[in-house]
Ligand binder design. Sequence first.
Ligand SMILES: Nc1ncnc2c1ncn2[C@@H]1O[C@H](COP(=O)(O)OP(=O)(O)O)[C@@H](O)[C@H]1O
Ligand SMILES: [Mg+2]
Length: 265
Amino acid sequence: MAELLRIEGLKASVDDVSILNGIDLSVGSGEVHVIMGPNGAGKSTLGSCIIGDPRYVKNAGKIYFKGEDITDEETDKIARMGIFLSFQNPIEVPGITLANFIRTALELKTGTRIRMWDFRKELEKTMTLLNMDTAYADRDLNVGFSGGEKKKAEILQLLMLKPELAILDETDSGLDVDAVHIVSKGVEEYKKQVGGALMIITHSTRILEALSVDKTHVLVDGRIVDDGDASLVDEINSKGFERFINCNDCKNEDCEVKQQLKAKG
Ligand SMILES: Nc1ncnc2c1ncn2[C@@H]1O[C@H](COP(=O)(O)OP(=O)(O)O)[C@@H](O)[C@H]1O
Ligand SMILES: [Mg+2]
């Protein structure tokens, strides 16, 4: 399988605090990778670094996409090259409607003008698939959207923009059962229609049920501490992250895991 994304020795920090401490990762075209890890491990930071979020300083390492070095590229260019990041907490953008946001992104990506009529037809078809009220197309992006509606709007963008690599950051968390079902259906549809690669950051298995997982990576304290297949997801869900956490290195005496281990002696 052709290599799509390659990360070599990536270290990154925010305000001089190091968060990623040397990440190596390779994703092939069309592969499904799952990233798991305790809160604060650096999962969202990894996604943000790949997409070129300027808040994170890359101190070492390289990121390649389709063989091109994108380590220092700007977000716009990275997105146009075919990487999509669905945010854990999608931001509200007053003054830009959901429809205009997607149409502009599509035009930037393809470099061609898209006829309004064709676009609306495709948009409304996709919104219907996601059980979204088509009236949302003309509302300001995410403004006043519920948590579930924001996540559906992210999946709508995914299906419309058809990236070669989609990074989904806890797109399924905090959603009710119906919304999780729709998000899962959308991701499955992306896989079917586009055949792109997925990097899924998640704590639940629901979104993975309809997908065939190629690799699972465990991220702890800014490092990948284990790699495995789909069975690693089940192991973590039943046993937690305890076996991956080296509490001797940890300075946080208030940490629940550390206290549990102490209590056990
Ligand atoms: N923009 C930021 N400013 C300050 N600290 C940050 C920022 N982003 C992440 N961090 C810190 O980096 C660590 C990893 O965060 P994050 O990548 O969000 O973890 P995860 O997604 O695995 O829960 C946390 O301690 C978090 O507080
Ligand atoms: Mg996160």
